[in-house]
Every structure is written in structure tokens, then in C-alpha cells.
Design a binder for this molecule. Structure first.
Ligand code: IPE
Ligand code: IPE
Ligand code: MG
Length: 243
């Protein structure tokens, strides 16, 4: 049996379908999703989770119609304004991962301010992935390593898994134990490609705007039933548990 997860990552999918099924525009689904983010973050604070990483906007989401992209960017701006004070009160330390150069200056400024404000907090570490893609992350890590090799501060032969991990957006953060994807799709959609190598995957048909504490419980219960072998065999794990 797995212990309770220390780091949970969530692909918050299904906003558009939730809205359409109610005869509403997709934007209504995105607006509704914010309440759920708030609720689930509170749940994770109460459960004393160490790390929560939320996929809010992918590298590929720039391909959506410009109206929808603009609507989402405004929603993120509003959400930052509204939520940061409460997060701070709850001791949440907020960070963003992704290609900030692609975001508007005002959004980037507010993200930076929120990070500064909450940097000293000791509670939940909340990462929000914005303009994030696993391939982008690996690519920028390669570029950073290559620059050090070119300048002579790093030998190519010294590049190992630890060195790569140090250059990723989630450097120093334990890999997610559990990935939850709502909305019924069973794919990773270019989320944390490196970090998810041994993560337990949990897919639910619940659409993100209807995702609740009870759904989170189900995911945690499913996780608790998994046997995480990391390449070993069951007998080795049992021996360790007995020791
Ligand atoms: C997830 O919901 C939100 C983002 C990707 C920004 P979707 O907008 O993908 O909703 P569906 O998948 O179309 O229902
Ligand atoms: C994944 O959802 C990205 C986020 C939830 C932010 P998508 O709805 O964009 O994924 P695909 O395109 O259906 O794989
Ligand atoms: Mg989707």
C-alpha cells in the first residue's frame, strides 16, 4: 500500500464540455473552474499536502481561438487579484512554471509579485503551470546545460540525471506521486514529461467544474491501493516493510 501522496499534480480538463452540456458558452466553464481551484487548494491545505501542481494553460493552448485565449488571460489576471491574499493567509507558497516570455507584461508582473509576497510561507507549495509544456521544460534545461558546456563551466561527460533535473522548472521538488486528470481523456498532453516518469496516474470522467472533495478522496483512495515498485519486485518491498 502506498503512503499518502506528498506531491499531487492535476490536469484540470473539461471546462468547455461542462459549459456546453449546460447550453452555456465555453467561457462560463472557465469562469466556473476558478471556484473549484479555490476549493481544491483549500482541501489540500487542510490535508497538509506538501506540493500541488496545477496545469492551467499549456504550450499548445495558444492554438485556441484568440477570443478564448484572451478570455483565459483576463481570468488569470482577475484570479491573481482576488485569490493571492487568501492564499497568503493560508501560508501557501505560490510559484509559476512555464514560458513567461509569452505572457503579457501585466500578468507576468502580478505573477512575480504573488511569488514574492508568498515566498516566505511554510505551508502548501502551490505551482501553477502557465504557458507550460513538458517539451518546453526539457528544451530550456538542455539550452541551459549547453550554455555551461560552451562556457567551459560544465563538462558534457558530467551531465547526468541529477544535473538535468536541476535545470527543470520543478528543480528541487519531489516528483509528483499522483497525477489526476479530470474530463475523461487518458493522456498527458505535454504536462510534466520528466517528472511524471514514476507517477501514479488517475483518470476520472468528472469534468473539472464539477470536481469535488469527494472526487479528490476517491483519487487518494485509489492511490493508497497502488503498489509502487519503481522497478523492483513485490517481495523486495515486503522485506523493506518488515525491516
Ligand atoms: C481545460 O478545459 C482548461 C484549459 C485547457 C485552459 P478545456 O477548455 O480543455 O475543456 P474541454 O476539454 O474543451 O471540455
Ligand atoms: C490540457 O488540456 C491542458 C490543461 C488542462 C491546461 P487540453 O484540453 O488542452 O488537452 P488536449 O489538447 O485535449 O490534449
Ligand atoms: Mg480540454
Amino acid at each position: 500500500m502506498a503512503d499518502s501522496p506528498q506531491h499531487v499534480a492535476i490536469i484540470m480538463d473539461g471546462n468547455g464540455r461542462w459549459a456546453r452540456s449546460r447550453g452555456l458558452p465555453r467561457a462560463a466553464g472557465h469562469r466556473s473552474s476558478m471556484k473549484v481551484v479555490r476549493k481544491i487548494v483549500e482541501e489540500c491545505v487542510q490535508r497538509k499536502l506538501g506540493y500541488l501542481t496545477l496545469f492551467a494553460f499549456s504550450s499548445e493552448n495558444w492554438r485556441r481561438p484568440p477570443d478564448e485565449v484572451g478570455m483565459l488571460m483576463n481570468l488569470f489576471l482577475d484570479a491573481l487579484d482576488r485569490e493571492v491574499a487568501d492564499l497568503h493567509r493560508n501560508q501557501v507558497r505560490l510559484s509559476f512554471i512555464g514560458d513567461r516570455d509569452l505572457l503579457g507584461a501585466e500578468l507576468a508582473r502580478r505573477m512575480h509579485n504573488a511569488e514574492q509576497l508568498t515566498a516566505g510561507n511554510s505551508g502548501l507549495r502551490l505551482f501553477v503551470a502557465m504557458a507550460y509544456g513538458g517539451r518546453w521544460d526539457l528544451t530550456q534545461a538542455c539550452r541551459s546545460l549547453a550554455a555551461d558546456v560552451a562556457s567551459g563551466t560544465l563538462a558534457a561527460a558530467d551531465i547526468d540525471e541529477t544535473r538535468v533535473a536541476e535545470r527543470l522548472a520543478l528543480a528541487g521538488v519531489p516528483d509528483p506521486d499522483l497525477l489526476i486528470r479530470t474530463g475523461g481523456e487518458r493522456r498527458i498532453s505535454n504536462f510534466l514529461l520528466w517528472n511524471l516518469a514514476y507517477t501514479e496516474l488517475y483518470f476520472t470522467d468528472a469534468l473539472w467544474p464539477e470536481f469535488s472533495a469527494a472526487h479528490l478522496d476517491e483519487a487518494f483512495e485509489s492511490f493508497a491501493r497502488r503498489e509502487r515498485r519503481f522497478g523492483k519486485i513485490s517481495e523486495q518491498l515486503a522485506a523493506k516493510a518488515d525491516a
